[in-house]
Design a protein around this ligand. Structure first.
Ligand SMILES: Cc1ncc(COP(=O)(O)O)c(C=O)c1O
Length: 423
């Protein structure tokens, strides 16, 4: 028997490298919202946010191709492209975000953001949520599903308006934050920053209690810390706004960005006030070989061109609303669907054993996996995510059209109906 591609992968990459789907896909080409496998089967990509302007957008491909054929060096030279890109990216943020450090990954951007905050405040304490993921380096990993109540990194319960079950969920969640801030002060590890994804993507897009994040930011600042928004998933038009922070009603002190910035070319960025960034530069002499390069600039500028020209933020709002309304309608006849959540083209559908059961007990991770695999068989690629793994994650490229949404809703209703019959 010849070695299968999956066996070869295990041998070359070492078994354990994660793969999606019961029967993994062998993809060979992408175009717009479509991905094609080795048998030329077409799938609609409802998952990937790196190709935010669609797979292989001709404008991005042309810009990258031209730059690779012209100049591609590290960043210790003057270059207009990267400055233009930095200026354009910064102009999309609120006025307090003035200067930027480019990196190659979201992890590095969060790592730099943490360093910026710690150097600016001369403090070490970091608050995150208990179901977060911000990256995979030794330092940033400390924030992944952190349960710690001692040490330099401590967590608060991720905000879900249903969590804690009190009359006023915002108050309950803010009390938990108060305990962490007080604990830091008591232990002589004062808070440097709180870092969150402003839409709590990895937590499963829970509906945070109204006003939670602005009040949390105010509490952290009052305690002498800074507020860091991790926009790696939430940013660049995904929610119908440029940044998830706009949806959450906050103006962060430091922003970390990544995934979609380069449309496939690795770009990350950490930005803050000029004083915060220059303090970081002075104290660290930070250098990152592939970051801030002419190639990153070409890709990043081209992605911004497309988002602006094709008005993709507005498209995310329009098509996302249609998608969310359609899912809510399907939910009326499908008890397995809990909350339909999210904004723009980043939606989540909770899969539950019973709508009225409590939190983890109601999470139906297997059901979410089954529906994801059923939709893959129908030609739609999704994933499952969230604190309990039971949220079907819907996050197509922002060029997703109303016709694409209609086709997906038809398939989703069929799959939900089949799941109902099977149980
Ligand atoms: C919210 C968030 N922040 C940071 C990261 C890390 O980004 P990267 O994988 O590019 O290092 C991720 C990756 O999934 C993420 O979801």
């Amino acid at each position: 028997m010849p070695e299968s591609l999956a066996e070869r992968r295990d041998r070359v990459l070492g078994a354990g490298a994660p793969l999606f789907y019961r029967e993994p896909l062998h993809l060979v080409r992408g175009e717009g919202v479509a991905l094609f496998d080795a048998n030329r089967r077409r799938y609609m990509d409802m998952y990937n946010n790196v190709p935010v302007v669609g797979h292989c957008h001709p404008h991005v491909v042309a810009a990258v191709r031209e730059q690779v054929g012209m100049l591609n060096v590290h960043n210790r030279y003057l270059h207009d492209g990267i400055l233009r890109y930095g200026e354009r990216l910064l102009a999309r943020h609120h006025d307090g975000i003035e200067s930027v450090v480019f990196t190659c990954t979201g992890t590095e951007a969060v790592e730099v953001a943490l360093m910026m905050a710690r150097l600016a405040t001369k403090r070490r304490g970091i608050v995150c949520t208990d179901a977060a993921y911000h990256g995979n380096s030794a330092e940033v990993r400390k924030l992944a599903r952190c349960q710690a109540t001692t040490g330099e990194v401590r967590s608060v319960p991720f905000p879900d308006a249903r969590r804690g079950a009190p009359a006023d969920p915002a108050v309950w969640h803010l009390e938990r934050l108060r305990e962490v801030l007080d604990g830091f002060a008591r232990d002589g590890v004062p808070v440097a920053a709180m870092v969150v994804c402003p839409i709590f993507a990895n937590e499963g897009l829970p509906t945070a209690p109204a006003g939670y994040l602005p009040q949390a930011a105010a509490m952290v600042r009052a305690a002498g810390g800074l507020f860091i928004a991790d926009e790696v998933q939430a940013g660049l038009g995904r929610t119908g706004h440029w940044w998830g922070s706009e949806v959450a009603g906050i103006e962060p002190d430091i922003v970390a960005m990544g995934k979609p910035l380069g449309g496939g070319v690795p770009i990350g960025a950490a930005a803050g006030s000029r004083a915060v960034v220059e303090n970081f530069r002075r104290r660290t002499g930070y250098f990152n070989t592939f970051a801030s390069s002419p190639l990153q600039a070409a890709a990043g500028n081209a992605v911004l061109d497309v988002i602006e020209r094709e008005q993709l933020c507005a498209n995310a709002t329009r098509v996302g609303t249609m998608l969310r309304d359609g899912l809510a309608e399907i939910r009326e006849n499908c008890e397995a669907m809990g909350e339909v959540r999210g904004r723009g083209l980043f939606l989540g559908v909770e899969w539950v054993t019973a709508r009225d059961a409590q939190e983890a007990a109601r999470a139906d991770r297997e059901g979410a996996r089954r529906i994801v695999n059923a939709l893959k068989d129908k030609g739609f690629l999704l994933g499952n995510a969230g604190a309990f793994g039971n949220v079907v994650k819907i996050r197509p490229p922002l060029v997703f059209s109303e016709q694409d949404a209609a086709a997906f809703l038809t398939a989703f209703a069929e799959a939900a109906g089949e799941a109902r019959q099977a149980t």
